[in-house]
Ligand binder design. Structure first.
Ligand SMILES: Cc1cc2nc3c(=O)[nH]c(=O)nc-3n(C[C@H](O)[C@H](O)[C@H](O)COP(=O)(O)O)c2cc1C
Length: 206
């Protein structure tokens, strides 16, 4: 089969795209509004861009309901210039899903999902206390792409749960991390079946 995006009915390209780019990591983004009300929501249009300077990006789609099409996360980041990306592991998957509900701005999703809160170190945004990794970010820039907004964040502080960091390699232990990936629709994947391939270049140290 072949598809011309320009000829597809509404929503069809969304379904094709999120079925094609899989599995996607999940940025579980915490933020606060101007009054300090906490917000937490997952975003799987998410990627690492570069480590120098350390920068990640996620995109917030247009919200049909509401005055300006902005999700609470995007509005908060515009207002405060800060956010935190929490990594979702197997134990947190169900609570992550709860926080994806379309709650009004005044609702604190940490409370809705019964999540313990830890303070940010460099940013005034709370973290998910039990997340295996949290990346504290300052807004680098916003890029409009159609009706979506790409949020670029500079990582200013990193928290890693004890027992995950391997000082000998400088990497995190992929068997202990147990991250969750998003597939299409309501499907997810565990990362339990891990294999190794050595690079052709024997000097590769990444
Ligand atoms: C696993 C998962 C991934 C999601 N990824 C995105 C995404 O990349 N972009 C987006 O706009 N919404 C995404 N959503 C939907 C948002 O989480 C949802 O609209 C949420 O209510 C936004 O919350 P907020 O208004 O508090 O920011 C995703 C939902 C789930 C469950």
């Amino acid at each position: 089969m072949e598809f011309d995006p320009a000829a597809l009915p509404p929503n069809a390209m969304y379904k094709l795209l999120i079925s094609s780019v899989v599995p996607r990591p999940i940025a579980w983004v915490s933020s606060v509004d101007r009054a300090g009300v906490r917000n937490l929501a997952p975003f799987s249009y998410f990627m690492a861009i570069t480590d120098d300077p350390p920068t990640i990006a996620f995109s917030s789609s247009f919200r049909g309901a509401g005055p300006d099409g902005k999700k609470d996360t995007l509005r908060n980041i515009e207002d405060t210039g800060e956010f935190v990306v929490n990594v979702v592991d197997d134990d947190l998957a169900a609570q992550m899903n709860v926080t994806s509900g379309e709650y009004p701005p005044e609702v604190d999703e940490f409370e809705v999902a019964a999540l313990a809160v830890a303070p940010g170190t460099r940013v005034g945004v709370p973290r998910v206390a039990s997340a295996p990794i949290t990346l504290e970010c300052r807004l680098d820039r916003l890029v409009s792409v159609g009706r979506a907004t790409l949020v670029l964040g500079r990582i200013v502080y990193v928290h890693v749960r004890d027992g995950l960091y391997d000082a000998a390699t400088g990497r995190l232990d992929m068997h202990r991390l147990r991250p969750v990936g998003r597939l299409a629709g309501n499907l997810y994947t565990h990362v339990h079946d891990i294999f190794e391939m050595k690079r052709p270049n024997p000097d590769y140290r990444g």
